[in-house]
Write a new protein. Structure first.
Length: 141
């Protein structure tokens, strides 16, 4: 289950990624600062949702504005935790499955409706699809 959550989060991060915009003409220092800020903020999982199938169950994962994620399977919340981007990987930590620890997934930029195959640092594989963001109520521990 944690694998599913992590994979979904990775896809969400990839989906939110946008290329940095070209800096405006003008002061070189100002342009450099603008480019750095755009690069730092370009790749986010926050406020994204993903779908995938894990162990035969239809799954959806949503990441809120603060990086908290909730996994729903067959209409029931089954896991939740926190997510962060580390370089080009989306990393997830479950509040339910504390034995697994953090799991990081490969990512790439995706638009809503696009899919990708992702692999975790633990060798788990998933195909995830970015969907329109679906806010969910906070999970209960």
């Amino acid at each position: 289950m944690r694998l599913t959550i992590c994979l979904t989060a990775a896809l969400v991060l990839a989906a939110c990624s946008k290329p940095a915009e070209a800096p405006p003409a003008g002061n070189a220092d100002e342009a450099s600062a603008n480019a750095s800020a755009a690069t730092l903020a370009a790749f986010q999982l926050n406020e994204t949702s993903w779908t995938f199938t894990y162990k035969g169950k239809a799954s959806q994962e949503s990441v809120d504005a603060s990086g908290n994620w909730i996994l729903t399977q067959d209409g029931k919340q089954t896991d939740h935790g926190t997510s962060v981007m580390k370089g080009d990987k989306a990393c997830f930590t479950s509040e339910v499955d504390k034995k697994t620890g953090e799991e990081c997934w490969t990512t790439k930029p995706l638009e809503v409706g696009q899919s990708m195959d992702t692999t975790s640092d633990k060798g788990n594989k998933l195909t995830v699809t970015r969907v329109a963001y679906v806010p969910v109520a906070p999970a209960k521990s």
